[in-house]
Design a protein around this ligand. Sequence first.
Ligand code: A3P
Length: 293
Amino acid sequence: MDDTDQFLLNFKGFNFERTLIDIDVLENLDNFEIRDDDVFIITYPKSGTIWAQQILSLIHYEGHRNKTENVETLDRAPFLEYNMRKVDFSKMPSPRIFSSHIPYYLAPRGLKNKKAKIVYIYRNPKDILVSYYHFSNLVVRLQASDNLEQFMKQFLDGKVVGSRWFDHIRGWYEHKHDFNILFMKYEDMKKDLKSSVAKLCSFLGKELSEEDLDTVVRQATFQNMKDDPQANYNTILREEIGARNNDGHFMRRGTVGDWKRHLTVEQNERFDKIFQRNMKDFPLDFTWDLSEQ
Ligand code: A3P
């Protein structure tokens, strides 16, 4: 048995986290009942999922914006496949928000009616690599690596939850016409959060006043989310997911270009070659460092 098998469960060619997944849920994904006003946040891990959960919760729920309701973003936008709190999704009031890392080909059939909406957040894969490396060493349910080199090999081989990043983004992008989907770039959100929130509102058909828009932006900044127990996942990480130490957080750095502090010149060149090979002719562009723009 491969070391990774202890942590990963492969279902139809895609790697899920073994201990949190319920095989029945996977078997029934195709038939999962979609409502026309459902919204799905879909990401490859470490691309800003919890950021999107917070933004969408703030856009959709007045009680989240003005803090009159104390609900964690995990409950506002639960994971479709990792239903840790065993929520009965059929009883959730509309509009429901879900989060998910699934590949396009495992998406519930009902999403293809193109009424329900998907927000796909993507991020440059070198920052994902670094974020994922730290996260894997933090979370007890993921395989730790001795060094970045070891993790980089696993990541590039797709021996991680989410499988190969290249396949995930290519799959969703190349099948975008089958869905009602908006692609949002992490780095654009970082550069201009207000415009990104406005774009999301327009896609979601939610009209917010200027004041509400500012409130969403303020509460979705890295620092405010880091300090906000409803959004920072600190309790969930410690009490439900399980952490190897007390220093790590989901809200780690939240920057663009952190990979420059971690990858050697050789690793970077190797990554570039593999990136070129896999992403040649891919229409979406990636932002590797904001200072370069
Ligand atoms: P880093 O590890 O690079 O800091 P996910 O939610 O998909 O697991 O992604 C987590 C990554 O998103 C982490 O990246 C985290 O810091 C970043 N993130 C979360 N909220 C953010 C925010 N408000 N602004 C910028 N980055 C954020």
